[in-house]
Design a protein around this ligand. Structure first.
Ligand SMILES: NC(=O)c1ccc[n+]([C@@H]2O[C@H](COP(=O)([O-])OP(=O)(O)OC[C@H]3O[C@@H](n4cnc5c(N)ncnc54)[C@H](O)[C@@H]3O)[C@@H](O)[C@H]2O)c1
Length: 340
């Protein structure tokens, strides 16, 4: 039987969620909700499902198996807390948009509540679901990198919105830090420098250095001043046995095995971040497939707990920047509860 899915928040992203669930064979879209009536009504008409303007009413009447939270708010995450908590408490598994929240405390509460209620909590960390990125992971697991030494990523786009000072960090780098953690594992220390691009009031550029608990070093370059870049996202993984380069906005993978006779292998995987619908469809589809197959909350890929760790890295970078580039230990940012 198909999972009954409801979507809260019907801006551009929530409309994508509704479209993806409607097309998924193991999902049935049963309702849509937005406090803006016209948004709820339009989506309801498109998908022939009931429209709601209050999430509590929708949750009480429909009892969905899965709820997608596609609200936004301050730093694109400030409005996620209330719908996520309400949906979990109504018994649903939840897929929340990124960042999980713009507040680390709230993100920790969301992860803790999902654990307490034994519900699956996933986050739309769709960049790790690009085909090239997944294939790089398979190479890593097959030992093609040897011992991982470096993870170097850039993610840069154009976004001229002048909102909160750390909007660029919190709204965008949930993605890049998640991809770096996907390959490098837990982060133990963070050091960062931020800069403002020409004419900007917010910290629109960043360099963030990471130390992974497993011993590798990482570096992230990020920007909201790179509109029109030919390649918005790239990750180089360098190890003792070879290198893997995910490039061309996560569409291409090149494997450079070490050794003088070794031949580089270049693989074009598909849309990646050049095709929003593809990675988002793959990510939401994976969540539906996992929940439909009865996955335990701890088995969910791109989980709330993982998003919380990525968010803590971003908060550590902000703390480092505010203290003139000091080294910040992740455990000091997460406090007593590591949120896992
Ligand atoms: N995963 C990705 O690649 C990706 C890309 C872009 C944006 N996003 C994320 O998607 C989210 C949504 O982005 P958007 O551009 O569609 O935002 P948006 O502001 O256009 O839409 C959010 C909608 O949520 C509604 N809303 C807010 N609180 C609500 C509530 N309590 N109940 C019902 N409706 C409520 C608003 O009325 C609004 O229509 C953001 O968190 C953003 O960070 C993700």
């Amino acid at each position: 039987m198909a999972l009954r899915v409801a979507v809260i928040g019907l801006g551009g992203i929530g409309r994508n969620h509704a479209r993806i669930y409607s097309a998924h064979p193991k999902a049935e879209l049963v309702g849509v909700c937005d406090i803006l009536r016209d948004r709820a009504d339009t989506a309801a008409q498109t998908h022939q499902v009931p429209a709601y303007y209050e999430m509590e009413r929708m949750l009480a009447e429909l009892h969905p198996d899965v709820v997608s939270v596609a609200t936004a708010g301050v730093e694109n995450g400030g409005d996620h807390f209330a719908p996520t908590m309400a949906a979990l408490r109504a018994g649903a598994h939840v897929l929340c948009e990124k960042p999980l929240s713009n507040s680390l405390t709230e993100a920790q509460e969301m992860v803790a509540e999902a654990r307490r209620l034994d519900r699956c909590l996933a986050v739309d960390l769709n960049h790790r679901f690009s085909p090239a990125t997944e294939m790089a992971k398979q190479h890593q697991e097959a030992g093609d990198l040897g011992h991982l030494l470096f993870v170097r990523t850039y993610l840069w786009i154009g976004n001229r919105k002048e909102s909160a000072p750390y909007f660029h960090l919190r709204a965008l780098h949930s993605h890049s830090v998640d991809v770096m953690r996907y390959f490098g594992g837990e982060v133990s220390e963070v050091q960062a420098m931020f800069a403002k691009g020409p004419g900007r009031e917010i910290w629109s550029n960043a360099v963030i250095n990471l130390r992974f608990a497993g011993g590798a070093l990482g570096q992230l370059l990020g920007s909201y001043d790179m509109g029109g870049s030919h390649d918005i996202e790239q990750t180089l993984l360098a190890g003792t046995a070879g290198e893997l380069l995910i490039s061309n906005s996560t569409c291409d993978l090149t494997w450079y095995p070490h050794g003088k006779d070794a031949q580089a292998q270049h693989i074009h995987q598909a849309g990646g971040q050049k095709s929003f619908g593809e990675t988002m469809g793959r990510r939401l589809g994976r969540f539906v497939d996992q929940v439909a197959a009865g996955a335990r909350p701890t088995e969910i890929e791109g989980s709330g707990a993982e998003a919380l760790q990525a968010q803590a890295v971003v908060d550590a970078a902000i703390r480092s920047h505010e203290s003139g580039g000091a080294l910040v230990r992740l455990q000091d940012v997460l406090g007593g509860s590591a949120g896992r």
